[in-house]
Design a protein. Structure first.
Length: 288
């Protein structure tokens, strides 16, 4: 098996890669020119951070219904799982709605960071110019890397590993994010990097074997305690298997449902960027 260092960029090299992509920062004037040429306050992307009350209501209602579908599956095996509260109402959302002031630097940085998570994480692969993988981590690890990168040199107690977690999952329907993705892919293409898309899937990791291994050191053996522990471990493994089966079913349904939905914005943006590169190459050939 190849050593990871020969197939993946180091943390230092990853930071250098991002410096090449964004030499003046994630919210620099050149980034703004690409994603919001008429200004941030006039950009449709502003809705990502300042949605209408109707949009907020739709999101809360959808989240409630998604949670109900998910927990209804778990309640088939766990009677102690309670039902979620009643569905939210538009009037209730209106009462809680509080408009917030616009902060261009902060909002653009957050949006570009979330879109970077969508491209570099979420099971996808970014291939560096030398063929190695630009792996910034998966899910929370990727979020922590992006936060660490943006807060270099600042007096931070610890990284905010949840800052970009799940990327644009909670704002993707508020605006068309294609311009931001295209901007990122153009920069990746300009330095000779590439991207491989993978369909996102939910999964579960069973840490029981690791926990058992850690507990073995210095533990006094007891037949009774050992039997109880083995029984508990068996129940946990059975529950993990049931959860994995449920998630496999949900992933299969998600794949089938995706066939009837529009192509993801990341894929559309990548195709648009590659088409532009191909067209530019044809024009150069014609001028020769």
């Amino acid at each position: 098996m190849e050593d990871r260092q020969t197939t993946h960029l180091t943390d230092t090299e990853l930071c250098s890669l991002f410096d090449r992509l964004f030499p003046d920062g994630l919210a620099s004037p050149d980034v703004m020119t690409e994603i919001a040429p008429e200004g941030w306050k006039r950009s449709p992307l502003l809705a990502c951070f300042h949605p209408s009350v109707e949009r907020v209501f739709e999101e809360r209602l959808q989240m409630h219904r998604n949670s109900e579908r998910l927990f209804s599956k778990f309640r088939q095996h766990r009677a102690d799982i309670k039902s979620p509260p009643p569905e939210p109402t538009l009037d209730a959302v209106r009462r809680d709605y509080q408009p917030s002031p616009v902060n261009q630097q902060e909002e653009v940085t957050e949006l570009v960071g979330m879109c970077l998570w969508d491209i570099f994480s979420d099971n996808h692969d970014v291939i560096a110019p030398d063929g190695r993988q630009a792996d910034i981590g998966s899910f929370r690890g990727a979020s922590a890397f992006l936060d660490d990168y943006l807060t270099r040199g600042q007096d931070c107690v610890r990284s905010d590993y949840m800052r970009f977690y799940m990327g644009t999952a909670f704002v993707a329907r508020r605006a068309d994010l294609t311009p931001v993705y295209v901007m990122i892919f153009r920069r990746l293409e300009a330095i000779g990097a590439d991207w491989i898309y993978h369909f996102p899937e939910l999964s579960v990791v069973d840490l029981t074997p690791l926990r058992e291994q850690l507990n073995q050191s210095g533990v006094t053996y007891s037949v009774t305690e050992s039997a109880v522990a083995e029984l508990d471990a068996g129940e946990r493994r059975a529950e993990v298997q049931r959860l994995r089966a449920d998630l496999d079913d949900m992933n299969a349904q998600a794949r089938e449902g995706a066939l009837d939905r529009p192509t993801p914005a990341t894929v559309r943006a990548y195709a648009k960027c590659m088409a532009a590169t191909h067209a530019a190459g044809l024009r150069r050939e014609q001028r020769r």
